[in-house]
Design a binder for this molecule. Structure first.
Ligand SMILES: O=C[C@H](O)COP(=O)(O)O
Length: 253
């Protein structure tokens, strides 16, 4: 009942020309948007070209972060209304790299989520624990707190428009993915927290992705898990054939 969503997060990779070549290569081979949401979240410099390149196809374009204000003196930032003007549909919020390196906090994540929803963007909200937290047995507490703070002040309808990405920090870019069972357990916990905050119908409508060293080899077993509705993929989304193969997993499982 929840439509799968697979999103590539290109991080700081690819020039505009390289990004355009990628889109040209994949855009006619993207599975139907009736069956899956296929998204690439690209560097800000490539957003305009890729929205144009993907127009009329089933490929959706997302940003990797944004500011919560509509406009203002915020050097280097991009606003939700600027994303609207480009025709961008998705935006990643609270990725652990931004939390660790660029001062993103639970409070700014919440402001950005609210701003994204006000501007009809689909937020992909990242949560996940560090290796120290996991070893200390605090994964549930940390993930619960991140979810509660990210969704703070949002009503049922607004909440249902959010995609959650569970990304254990220790699995990002390390080649060491969580086991499908481990990932599924945390995704189930996230859904339980959501049903404490909202109705069961709303909690069951919110899509939860897993992210962290997802690749062509492990995606089938990850997507086969009951509480995982898709993936947020870094490295393995950079190659056109690999990206298409990841999308193909939805049909295989
Ligand atoms: O947003 C994507 C994640 O950070 C995962 O990156 P990765 O697939 O390269 O481990």
């Amino acid at each position: 009942m929840r439509k799968p969503i697979i999103a590539g997060n290109w991080k700081m990779y690819k020039t505009v020309d390289e990004a355009k070549r990628f889109a040209e290569e994949v855009k006619e081979r993207i599975p139907s948007a009736e069956a899956i949401d296929s998204v690439i979240c690209v560097p800000a410099i490539a957003l305009d070209s890729l929205v144009k390149e993907a127009a009329g196809t089933d490929l959706k374009i997302g940003a990797q972060t944004m500011h919560w204000e509509k406009e203002g003196a915020y050097t280097g930032e991009i606003s939700p209304s600027q994303l609207n003007a480009l025709g961008v549909e998705y935006v990643i919020i609270g990725h652990s790299e931004r939390r660790a390196m660029f001062g993103e906090t639970d409070e700014t994540v919440n402001k950005k989520v609210k701003a994204a929803i006000r501007h009809s963007l689909h937020p992909i909200v990242c949560v996940g624990e560090s290796i120290e937290v996991r070893k200390g047995g605090q994964t549930t507490a940390v993930v619960r707190s991140e979810i509660e703070k990210a969704f703070h002040g949002l009503g049922e309808e607004e909440a249902s428009r959010i995609v959650v990405a569970y990304e254990p920090i220790w699995a990002i870019g390390t080649g060491e993915s969580a086991t499908p069972e481990d990932a599924d357990n945390v995704c189930e916990t996230i859904r339980n927290v959501l049903s404490e905050l909202y109705s069961e119908t709303t909690a069951n409508s919110i899509r939860i992705q897993y992210g962290g060293s997802v690749n062509e080899k492990n995606i089938d077993s990850i997507l086969a898990m009951p509480h995982i509705d898709g993936a947020l993929v870094g490295g393995a989304s950079l190659d056109p054939e690999s990206f298409l193969n990841l999308l193909g997993a939805v049909k295989r499982v």
